[in-house]
Write a new protein. Structure first.
Length: 146
């Protein structure tokens, strides 16, 4: 009998607490006669996210690739190069390259990363693709910052 009571007691407490109104405030909407807050959490979050995205888009325009090359002479082919942070923010930069074979067919892509690139500094990236002997050239696809 005590085993059954130990298993049923937590469930019984939960049912009673919700039946008596413990959970009513959590699951109910705003109270009648009281309009929902227009300056609540979600509108502020959406506004802050939009401001951050605008600032990052502006910073992305200030990121410049100083140089890059598709280095096949290494033990593992890679796109290596440097980027310059021309913004006034510390950024994480992702550089994406598409890889092509001799006939110009895309055979893959590779991402290079520079973490915490400070303002007015240069960072080195290395984009190592999946091993593919057919890739002979690379083309810059995009630069992302966050």
């Amino acid at each position: 009998m005590s085993v059954l009571l130990r298993k049923a007691l937590p469930w019984l407490c939960l049912v009673i607490s919700f039946a008596t109104g413990f959970g009513a405030g959590y699951y109910s909407g705003h109270k009648p006669g009281k309009p929902p807050a227009a300056d609540g959490f979600w509108p502020r979050l959406a506004e802050a996210s939009a401001r951050r995205r605008t600032a990052l888009d502006e910073a992305a325009r200030l990121i410049q690739i100083e140089s890059w090359t598709f280095d096949r002479a290494r033990h593992m082919p890679a796109v290596v190069g440097t980027v310059v942070n021309g913004s006034d923010r510390t950024l994480n930069v992702t550089v994406t390259f598409n890889l092509y074979d001799r006939s110009g067919v895309q055979v893959g892509s590779a991402d290079g990363f520079v973490r915490n690139l400070e303002p007015a500094n240069t960072g080195r990236f290395e984009a190592v693709p999946a091993p593919d002997e057919s890739a002979v050239t690379a083309r810059l696809h995009k630069i992302d910052v966050n």
